[in-house]
Write a protein that binds this ligand. Structure first.
Ligand code: SF4
Length: 253
């Protein structure tokens, strides 16, 4: 039976209550002290662990203090300094384009308006939401790989990997005031329990509220079971799409 929106909202509230209790330390795990530092750390964290970023940033933050510092350094120098975070050429290009724009149009500071943030080089919805939520107290759904995997496993979306579509779907389910906490809860639960390949359903604090308990992860038998909560057009289609979603989310994290 299809779960109503009201029931989804109620289940989300119960999940968040349990996550808050299980992970009272949930929050952004990047090290930073200024808005520019958080912005750079977030750009570097794409396709890279927060731990690796936190190893690289202390030397960078000591050397580059203003938007002009970041913009003025030779591109090759910055590339070498951030090489270990992966995709270093693209990241260096984005950081310098961003800092140049901030210097030219915003007096070297980061604007607080979400749409303006989104218009800046190197800043997509995930980064804009994280910056707005962390720096400017504006609730945001920060959709990363853990968020995507968990949204599917928890049956709040069916067979979706598009971060923007997932963000808009979850906006209807999670109250706005809880968007930031929900995001941190998804990330920390994905990192510490609901692993991509072998989720620890046995020790999971939200297991009674999860339609994928003991069936998620990378196994054909496990992935064959469609979510009882997610809507699907037909039984045959549901089996196919559930298997595809499970396969994709397991591989992507
Ligand atoms: S019960 Fe298992 S699949 Fe569901 S959220 Fe917990 S760890 Fe993940």
């Amino acid at each position: 039976m299809k779960e109503s929106l009201g029931d989804r909202q109620k289940r989300a509230r119960q999940i968040l209550r349990r996550l808050r209790k299980a992970y009272p330390d949930a929050g952004c795990e990047l090290d930073w002290h200024t808005p520019l530092q958080l912005t750079v750390a977030t750009i570097l964290s794409a396709q890279c662990t927060d731990r690796r970023v936190n190893l690289v940033t202390p030397a960078l933050f000591k050397k580059y203090r203003t938007a002009r510092d970041w913009a003025a350094t030779p591109r090759e120098t910055l590339e070498e300094e951030i090489r270990s975070t992966g995709f270093f050429r693209n990241k260096a290009k984005n950081i310098q384009a961003l800092m140049t724009r901030l210097e030219e149009e915003f007096n070297g500071t980061l604007p607080s308006d979400f749409d303006v943030l989104l218009s800046l080089p190197g800043i997509g919805r995930k980064t804009a939401n994280l910056l707005a939520a962390t720096l400017f107290d504006q609730p945001g759904l920060i959709v990363d790989t853990h968020f995507i995997r968990l949204s599917n496993r928890l049956g709040f979306v069916a067979n979706l990997t598009d971060a923007v579509k997932i963000e808009f779907s979850l906006q209807k389910i999670v109250p706005r005031r809880d968007w930031t906490d929900w995001s941190h809860g998804m990330v920390i639960h994905g990192r510490r329990c609901c692993y991509a390949w072998k989720p620890n359903c046995e020790g999971c604090p939200i297991r009674p509220l999860c339609p994928s308990a003991f069936t998620a992860g990378w196994s054909k038998a496990a992935c064959a079971k469609p979510s009882p909560y997610a809507s699907a057009p037909s039984k045959g289609h549901a089996k196919t799409t559930a298997r595809a979603a499970c396969s994709r989310t397991s591989k992507s994290a």
